[in-house]
Design a protein around this ligand. Structure first.
Ligand code: ZN
Length: 134
């Protein structure tokens, strides 16, 4: 079956019924307004032409999700959040089970915390140190 269109609204018809005395192809919605409606014997519920995901565009054309990078001013963020918690650098280092020098290094951005350390810092300070990469 080539697939008839609903003669009322133009959507794919699923059967035939009588509207104002005329036998017409009708979709599911419009069939409710008809009399003697019968679903096509050959009718098989159509598969959606595309999923919302595919409708958003081909996957290859999109950025990979979840690519995060350290914010530019992570040192300042760490320092400020630590200050808010009233923790000295030493106390904070203890809390994280790292050397004080390491905390100092992060805060002065001498070196970057690794992925696991970022999580630790974020959790301990209740802040976010990552942002979506371009
Ligand atoms: Zn219709």
């Amino acid at each position: 079956m080539a697939g008839l269109d609903c003669q009322v609204c133009g959507k794919p018809a699923v059967g035939e019924g009588f509207v104002e005395g005329a036998r017409v192809a009708l979709c599911e919605v419009c069939s409710e307004y008809s009399r003697g409606f019968q679903v096509f014997k050959t009718y098989v519920p159509p598969k959606p032409k595309y999923s919302p995901l595919q409708a958003a565009g081909p996957a290859v054309a999109r950025k990979p999700q979840g690519e995060l990078r350290l914010v530019e001013d992570y040192g300042q963020k760490i320092m400020q959040a630590r200050g808010k918690q009233g923790l000295s650098r030493k106390d904070f280092a203890k809390k994280l089970l790292v050397q004080e020098k390491e905390v100092e290094g992060f805060e002065q951005q001498k070196f970057k915390p690794g992925e696991a350390m970022v999580k630790k810092l974020e959790f301990a300070l209740g802040i976010s140190l990552l942002e979506q990469a371009d």
